[in-house]
Design a protein. Structure first.
Length: 314
């Protein structure tokens, strides 16, 4: 009899312990997926890039869309527009693909150790050198969406219209950051030696050490797989050692130069929207059958700002 009472008591105790745990689990609904959150977004939460700032680069494998960051690097954006209008990039090539780092396109002659000036493609009316534009004064008029999760490289980080950015209130400066898909301006040793005729896209782990040391001209909106999946170069720094390995650039145009029917219909989720805030929260606090532990944090360069291509019926 005594033994039966002990077993009954233990069973009751186990039941009392188990019930709250089950109740807590049942009350935690799974975190909405990215697709579910985006499906509930409103039209007002999406913005259409200015066609004057949208580059359309045509490769043999498809189309790459790049939005220029004219609010952060206006001089470089203007010079790149001039190069594009004068068809500078047409017929050039992707000459460098360094694993876990960057894909770079420019005049292949310019990347040689001793380029022949007579073979270099003319820059036309574009400027040969520009001020660095690595940082600029904090612009309170731009929509700033801060991340409160902290950052190793900057006192403050966040987003400005989809571009990952950093700030230092002590100096009053802000700058764009080298996250995946960002497009930077290659240069020589001199800080003013970059002019936008040689560009690179980050295709690997974010090289944030480059922040404030190179100008960032924009961000790839569509077509990153066409740049990141290319064969790696076997030469120093990932340059191709054979001309046959290069990927030709068929053309680069400003969307504003194309007939309206041919302009890309692309939209970017506003980073100051409620849906973007929900996406950040879902990434911080993931709860579903796979995730056993939520990080509770989100890194600046781990956030993928949603982009959607529209169809004529949208």
């Amino acid at each position: 009899m005594h033994a039966r009472r002990q077993l009954a008591a233990l069973a009751l105790l186990a039941g009392l312990v188990a019930v709250p745990a089950l109740a807590a689990t049942d009350t935690q609904a799974p975190t909405p997926t990215r697709a579910e959150l985006l499906a509930k977004s409103t039209a007002a939460e999406w913005r259409t890039p200015d066609p004057h700032n949208l580059l359309v680069m045509q490769l043999p494998s498809g189309r790459v869309l790049i939005e220029l960051a004219s609010d952060f690097t206006p001089l470089h954006a203007a010079n790149i527009r001039t190069l594009v209008r004068e068809h500078y990039f047409d017929g050039l090539s992707i000459n460098r693909v360094q694993d876990n780092f960057v894909t770079q396109w420019d005049d292949p002659e310019s990347t040689r150790d001793h380029p022949d000036p007579a073979k270099l493609k003319s820059l036309g009316t574009a400027k040969k050198a520009l001020p660095p534009e690595y940082t600029h004064a904090i612009n309170g008029k731009l929509p700033w969406t801060p991340l409160s999760d902290g950052d190793v490289y900057a006192p403050q980080v966040g987003f400005v219209e989809g571009f990952p950015a950093a700030r230092d209130p002590a100096t009053g400066r802000e700058w764009l950051t080298h996250c995946y898909g960002m497009v930077g301006v290659a240069r020589d040793i001199a800080p003013d030696s970059g002019n936008g005729s040689s560009l690179y896209a980050v295709i690997g782990q974010s090289p944030r050490r480059l922040d404030r040391n190179l100008a960032i001209a924009g961000r790839v909106l569509v077509g990153m797989p066409l740049l990141s999946a290319l064969p790696r170069g076997a030469g120093p720094m990932g340059f191709y050692d054979k001309p046959s390995q290069r990927t030709p650039i068929q053309s680069v145009r400003l969307a504003s130069e194309l007939p309206p029917a041919q302009r890309p219909a692309v939209q970017v989720l506003r980073t100051d929207s409620a849906t973007f805030a929900a996406l950040l929260d879902a990434q911080r606090h993931r709860r579903d059958a796979f995730y056993q532990v939520s990080s509770g944090k989100v890194g600046l360069c781990s956030v993928e700002v949603p982009v959607r291509e529209m169809t004529p019926t949208d």
